[in-house]
Each structure stands twice: as C-alpha cells, then as structure tokens.
Design a protein around this ligand. Structure first.
Ligand code: 26W
Length: 861
C-alpha cells in the first residue's frame, strides 16, 4: 500500500479550484480549445480511513442528498464510487497535463466494443486503497464486497474482442503509455440471458438506468457526424477543387469520458465513449406548428445510433444501423483527434503521422481509413498523395477471426446512401490500388479481381478487411498460428505484396483483474514466494515453479483453490439450483456459444460418462462437476439448440439417483465479466476444445491458466503457446487431443462421420441415446438439427472426428486428478508458466513494433 497523503481541507480545495477557473476565464492559457494546466489544479485527497469516511459521508448526505430513511445500497455504492472517483480525478488531470507537456506520439484504440465489466474493485486495487475503503465502509457498518455487487457490468461487448480491448486499456495505463480508447456509449449493452425451461431468453441490459457515476460528460467536445446527402465539387478561396457534402442529415456525437487507472503509478488514461443525439433539440417550427411527432422524430432517430450493441459475434453484414454505428464511431473519433491536433499545432500537419496512430479493432472501425482521407482533404485542403501518405502511417489493423462468414462486407449501395463522399474516396483508393496490383502482376486479371476492395457482382460489396490492409502500416493476427494462417490463407495475396506489413501479436489478459483482484488467496501465496513484482511484471512469476515440489506449499495452494470452489459452488447453487461438490473436479467451459467452439463435444462426452454409469461401467469414474456458461447470438438457431441440449442433459443427469455423487452438470445463466471473476479462480480443468484452425486466439484459456487450471485442448489459437510454456515443466500439465489444422485439411475430402461413429461404440451409443429422445422425452424433435449436423451433414466441425481422442484425454485428466499431489504441482506449474500471457507483454510488443510511443510519467499530485 502506498503511504497516505495528507488530506486537504475543503477550504483550500475551493480556493485552488477558483484560481484555476479564473485563469481559464481570463484566457491565460496559451492553447485554444483544450487548455491544459501544466500543474494539477487540485491537491491530493487523503487516502487514510478518516479522509475516506468523511468523503463517503459527504457524498451520501450532500452529493446524493440522502438521510438514514432514504439511503439504500445503490446510494451507498454511488457514494463509494464518488469517493473513489475523486481520488482518480486529480491523477486524471495530471496525466493529461503531462501528455500535453510531453507533446509526444499518441495511440488511439478504435473499437466498437469495450467489455469493461465492473470498475470499482479495479480502481481501488490500482489506487492501492482497497483496505482503507473496506475499513471506512466497515465503520459505517457496510461491507465492500456487498457494495461492489451493486455495480452493473459495463457489458459493451460480445466476448473476446471486447474484453481484450478492456485488458489492453488497463495495461497501457499501467505502462504509462498515452493510449486513448474510443468507443460507443450504448444505452443497452450485451443482452441479459435468462434460461426459461432450459432455453435462452434475451432481456435488455439497461445498464445506464440509474446513470453511471464513473462517466464524465464533455459536451464541449461534441462533434457533428454527417450522414446522407450528396457529394458536391466546388472551388475554394484559392481556386482549388474541393469536395463537400450537401443536403446531409447530421448527428451530434457527445463524448462521455471514463477513467482508466494504471496500477499505483499516478496515471489515469481515458476511454471516450460517444453518445448519438440530434444537433437540434427539436425542430421548433414543426413543434410550433403542432407537429410534435415530427419534431421529436429526428431526435429519436439520431439517438438510435448509440442505442444498442449488436449482440452478434459472427456478422451483421447489410444492416444499415450497424454501418451507421461504425461510421459514427470512426468519424467522431477522427474529428476529435484532428481537432486536438489543430488546437496545438494549427494547420501544420507535417508531424501528424509521426505523432498519431489508430489501432483498428477488427474491421469494424475500418471506414476510419476513408474518413481520415476526407478530413485531411475536404476539411483541411490537403492533396490526395499527402493525405494518403499520412493516413496509411496512422492506421494499423488487427484481425480477430478466420471464419470467412465473419469477414465484413458492405453493399456499395448502402455506402452510397449513407456516406456518399466516403464511397467516392473508397473507389479512388481502390482505383489506385488496382493500378499498383496491375503493375506488380501485369496481365493477372484474376488476381486483380481477387484483391479488389470492391467485390463485383449483381450487388457489389466493399470488402472491409481489404480496405483495412491497403490503408494500414501494420496487419496483425492475435496468436502465432492465427497470424500464420492469415498469411497463408485469407490474406495471402496481400502478404505476397507487402510481407513487411504482416505481424503477430499474441493476446493476453491483465493479471491485475484476472489474478490480483479476483483471486486474492492465490495472489497472497504467489506474493509470498516471488514478491509483489508479478503484479506489474508477470514474467517474474516463474520462480513459483520451484514450489511445486514443496508439499507444504502444495497444501496451501490446494486450500486456496478449494476455498474458491466453495465460493463458486454457492453461486452455482443460487443461480442454477445445482449442488456442486467442492471435492469433485470442476470442469469448466465458459465462452460464447459457437459450433466451432464445440460445446457439443464436451456435452457428448458427459452423455458418454452418464451412459457408462447407467450401463454399470461407472465404477472408476472420477466425481466431476461440469459447468457451462455463455450466450448465443439471438439469431443463431444452432447455438440456441446447443444450449437447450446442454440444459436438457444437465436436467436428466442431475435428477438421476444412479449418478448422484459422480456427475453434476450446470449451465450458469448470463455469463459475463463479473461472473468470470468468480469462475476462473475455482476451475480445475479448462475446456479449450475448438476445431483446430478456427479459434483465433482465445483469452479465457489464459485466465484459467493463470489461476492454476489445467487445460484440455486442441492445437488451436493461443492453446499452442500455452502448452509450449507449461511444457517447460514436462508433459502431463496440459491434456492435448484432436486433429490439427493441417490434419483436418488433409482428412476433410474423404472424411465420413458415419465411419467414425461406427468405429467407436461409445460414440454410437451416445448418438443412439440422443436419437431415442432420452433427453427430450416431452419435446420430440428438438435435437434433430444437432443430430443431423453430426451425421447427415457430415460433421463439419469435426466433433465426431475428435470424440475418441477427447475421451482419451479426459481419461488422462481423471487419472491425473486422482493424484491430488500431482495435480496441485501441475496447477502451480501452469500459474508459474503464465508469464507470457499478460497484456503488459502484448502492449509492450504493439508499442515496440507498431505504435512506438514514449511512456509518459504523470505529474505528481
Ligand atoms: C457483428 C460482427 C462481429 C464479427 C466478429 C462482431 C465481433 C466479431 C469478433 C471477431 C468476435 C471475437 O470476439 N473474436 C475473438 O477475438 C478474441 C480476441 O482477439 C480472440 O481471442 C478469439 O479467438 C476470437 O474469436
């Protein structure tokens, strides 16, 4: 814990604030639009229990206006956040003052998704005042953990890609890198999942219903985003040809800033989320004419842009509102970046590319390439070549998926209708690019057609990934295998053309949230062995490995894991009504539901274990609690059937007295960040069983590894690297099975799932049980699609093909778990080998190879 700083009196606070205001009012600050003090205006608030308690009291009584009749847990939570936010505020201002003073390069992470989860626990741990806040609350008779439970998750993301963005921001703040997040402030985040009779039901996530005490609205930086109209040529005052859009319907982007604290280093970075609204509150003439509906309609339709996160992690191609969201984010963010530049450097763009870079989180914000061209040319009078030179240095693109159906394409007609000027620019980018391709490969028309940003046809489309590659200085995948496959497959032509542009950046997760915060018991043990450094330098965790041989330490380690399992068992009981035995193996698969992730393979194996028990062959089976969790995209029927199947299997198994004590299965509803914080510390076995070559990286796999789970997995995504790291300590710490990416390609042409089913009688029995309706006695037919996919449709995802080997690997895991001493050692080895999978390492690599930013120390407060 850092030493507490003395608390300042309210009087001196008021005085300093007045001084700052006066300085701004008299215009003594040199900069035009974003005046930044070189010294913080306020002084440090005290971090001792007395000062924090006083602030809690002040916020409850004055800021929130509560008394003991009207106070409840929500207000207590809000007061706790306000007292915490106050302590971030000074550091936040000091960080930005330092960035202005340094005037160095900045990076912007443009993402349609930021899956931040809860912020309170993280802020307290990073400020180093968790203990003081808990004590202060205790003095008021309150419990910090209970108060923290009041915070709704900020669920502004679908899954891996959105959570990765959140981990990146955390690491950048800790590394003191000037990185800004830009996203959308959706009114409704990821839907809440209910299970009704075992089926998914979606409910809206109105996470802002009671406001968010973390955000700070900055209306003074609102930005106009132009939609529709038509592009028009004109001559400017110098007689140069310029373009402008006329007859447009504009939308106002209003920024809301969220603080992103670094770990005990004084840095607080910013995530800027845009809300859409109408530029005119309502049309007064319409209002006066009594046409109230028309008057508010433009307001409502503008605000729809930031209404709701698309809950799809495959594709939303063709949906007009989705493209509107993408352009809204890209345009507002780039205008903001350029405005800030001009406020400091005026019309001189000579250093712009050297000092600004945007990382595009998948193709979702790729229209930013054309938008920056538009801003530089149309708004700032730059010529094409100069603007293109800048743009391509300012953009870098990360790909997150190999599934072809997830590659974004937008109809040219939709672009023309929504953003006509942007389409013109894309056409010109493509025309010039096609000349380059023709020069490099003369006469190769097929290649030109393959590489064109515009896919020709009856309904021509813009290929967003190609626009991203052509418009960027860097293209990266998110794990080594994924990056290799991109170069050899999807982007092969482009890798031929620009090999130097392609690189790999293996994902990570932040160990602050995913160990220090969510697993205090193991964290304490780790710190006792390797010291505190692992919290900011995870490579230093390696010496933990030597403790695998220490029986006393193993006992402590197992005790911590068991306590975490007891805590999770309570949650499973509460949310699923299923009793988990903490001494059984906790076998966990939580992630979005997708055929390629193969939750079905796991479920088929559980049916097989059940079948063994029922046929009297269950003696040797290890007691196991299987936990599933995850959301299905609302329109993805097969994914929904898979949920229904797992819940039905769970019901049958849990109700069968023959199975009791050996097998329990639960599907926990509404899987989300805050739930994963309870799940990953308690897992024994981590299921990472995707069809090889389909999971770009995975990041849940890393959270489980850090928390001492052993992985059962395929050679896919980052599993390969996870296995490589833990193999340092021998084999047996990772249960490998299944086809590899090349072996699937080789086998696919002659593969017949019927042959595989015929060859493994265990699998045959499982299929027969399902076909007989054993798990859907009252609803015949509901699993037909699943059966078809495995049999008649020849098992595209190789579920049957990998079943037998999966069964073998599961048996190995059982044997290993029976030897609790051996298992504990493996668990320790996994944690010790997880050093590579910190986003601190990932961000250091992005910075070294792509961004090239100098760290900036925040001014002391
Ligand atoms: C609505 C369109 C859409 C399409 C794709 C939305 C979101 C996506 C993402 C690509 C889905 C996603 O989250 N991908 C995951 O990204 C993680 C972070 O890099 C990887 O670890 C996962 O393997 C990858 O599936």
């Amino acid at each position: 814990m850092p030493k507490s700083t003395a608390s300042t009196t309210a009087k001196s606070q008021t005085k300093t604030i007045r001084k700052g205001d006066a300085a701004r009012a008299t215009g003594r600050h040199a900069r035009k639009s974003e005046s930044a003090p070189t010294q913080p205006i306020s002084q440090a608030l005290g971090n001792d229990v007395g000062a924090i308690s006083a602030d809690l009291h002040r916020h409850l009584s004055y800021t929130l206006g509560r008394d003991h009749h009207s106070v409840n847990d929500r207000y207590r939570y809000q007061a706790t956040v306000l007292a915490t936010r106050d302590r971030l505020m000074e550091r936040w201002k000091a960080t930005h003052a330092a960035y202005y003073a340094a005037d160095g390069k900045r990076a912007y992470y443009l993402s349609m998704e930021f899956l931040m989860g809860r912020a309170l626990g993280n802020a307290l741990i990073n400020l180093g005042i968790q203990g003081e806040m808990a004590d202060s609350l205790r003095q008021l008779g309150l419990d910090l953990e209970e108060i923290s439970e009041q915070e709704p998750d900020a669920g502004l993301g679908n899954g891996g890609l959105g959570r990765l963005a959140a981990c990146f921001l955390d690491s950048c703040a800790t590394l003191q890198l000037p990185v800004f997040g830009y996203g959308i402030r959706y009114d409704y985040g990821m839907f809440r999942q209910k299970l009704v009779n075992g089926a998914q039901v979606e409910e809206p996530d109105h996470w802002l219903a009671h406001g968010s005490p973390w955000e700070l609205c900055r209306p003074e930086y609102s930005t106009r985003v132009t939609f529709g109209g038509r592009s028009e040529m004109y001559r400017d005052e110098n007689g140069s040809v310029r373009f402008r859009t006329v007859g447009s319907t504009d939308v106002l982007a209003v920024p809301y800033d969220v603080p992103v604290p670094g770990y005990r280093n004084g840095t607080v970075n910013t995530l800027r989320l845009w809300k859409a609204t109408s530029p005119d509150v309502f049309n007064l003439s319409e209002f006066n004419a009594g046409d109230y509906d028309a008057a508010i309609q433009s307001q409502a339709s503008a605000e729809n842009i930031s209404r709701v996160l698309y809950p799809n992690d495959k594709s939303e191609n063709g949906k007009e509102l989705r493209l509107r969201q993408q352009y809204f984010l890209s345009s507002a963010s780039l205008q903001d970046i350029v405005r800030r530049w001009v406020s400091v450097h005026g019309a001189d763009f000579s250093q712009f590319a050297a000092k600004n870079i945007c990382q595009l989180n998948d193709t979702h914000p790729t229209v930013a390439v054309a938008e920056l061209m538009r801003i530089l040319m149309d708004d700032h009078g730059m010529g094409w070549d100069e603007a293109w030179g800048i743009t391509t240095k300012c953009m870098a693109y990360t790909n997150h998926t190999l599934l072809p159906e997830a590659l974004e394409k937008w109809p040219v007609a939709l672009f023309r209708h929504l953003v006509p000027r942007i389409l013109e620019i894309i056409f010109e980018i493509n025309a010039r690019f096609m000349r380059l391709v023709a020069n490099k490969w003369p006469g190769d028309g097929a290649r030109q057609a393959r590489m064109s940003i515009i896919e020709e046809g009856r309904n021509p489309q813009v290929r967003m990934a190609y626009l991203a590659i052509v418009g960027s200085c860097s293209v990266n995948g998110v794990a080594q295998l994924h990056s290799d496959l991109l170069k050899a497959g999807l982007f092969r032509d482009f890798a031929d053309l620009w090999p130097e542009r392609f690189n790999n950046k293996t994902n990570g997760v932040t160990q602050r949230r995913w160990m220090a915060l969510c697993n205090p018991k193991m964290s304490t043990l780790i710190t006792e062995v390797v010291g505190e450094k692992w919290v900011t330098d995870l490579a230093t965790i390696a010496p933990l490995a030597k403790k695998a041989k220490d029986a006393g330490f193993r006992a402590e380690w197992r005790k911590a894991k068991r306590a975490n399992k007891v805590a999770l068992a309570e949650i499973v009981k509460r949310d699923c009504g299923v009793n988990f035995n903490p001494d059984a193996m906790f076998d966990v698969q939580v992630k979005r539901i997708h055929e390629y992730k193969r939750q079905l393979l796991n479920a088929l194996h559980l049916v097989h274990l059940y079948d063994r028990i029922k046929r009297g062959d269950g003696k040797g089976i290890l007691p196991r609690c299987a936990l599933f969790g995850g959301k299905a995209a609302p329109g993805y029927q097969m994914a929904k059937s898979i949920i229904r199947f797992i819940t039905s299997v769970a019901d049958v198994i849990n109700a069968d007295p023959d199975v009791r004590g050996t097998l329990q299965v639960a599907y926990i509803p509404d899987y989300r960040v805050s739930l994963m914080e309870r799940i990953c510390p308690a897992a024994d076995l981590s299921e990472q069983i995707s069809t090889a070559g389909k999971e770009a990286s995975g990041t849940g796999n890393m959270k489980f590894m850090m928390n001492g789970a052993l992985t059962i997995g395929t050679l896919d995504g980052a599993n390969i690297e996870i296995r490589e790291e833990v193999m340092r300590y021998g084999d047996g710490h990772f249960f490998l099975f299944g086809h590899t990416e090349p072996s699937i390609n080789a086998a696919r042409p002659t593969y017949r799932s019927a042959d595989v089913i015929a060859k493994d009688p265990d699998l045959g029995r499982v299929i027969d049980l399902i076909r007989a309706g054993h798990f859907n006695q009252c609803q015949p037919g509901i699993f037909d699609e699943i059966l078809h996919s495995l049999t008649d449709w020849n098992d595209y995802w190789f579920t049957c093909a990998d079943f037998t080997d999966y069964k073998r690997a599961q048996a190995e895991a059982e044997t290993a778990y029976r030897d609790q001493e051996r298992w504990a050692a493996s668990s320790i080895y996994n944690t010790a080998a997880s050093g590579k999978f910190s986003t601190d390492r990932t961000m250091t690599e992005y910075n070294r190879d792509i961004w090239k930013l100098e760290p900036v120390k925040a001014f002391p407060v």
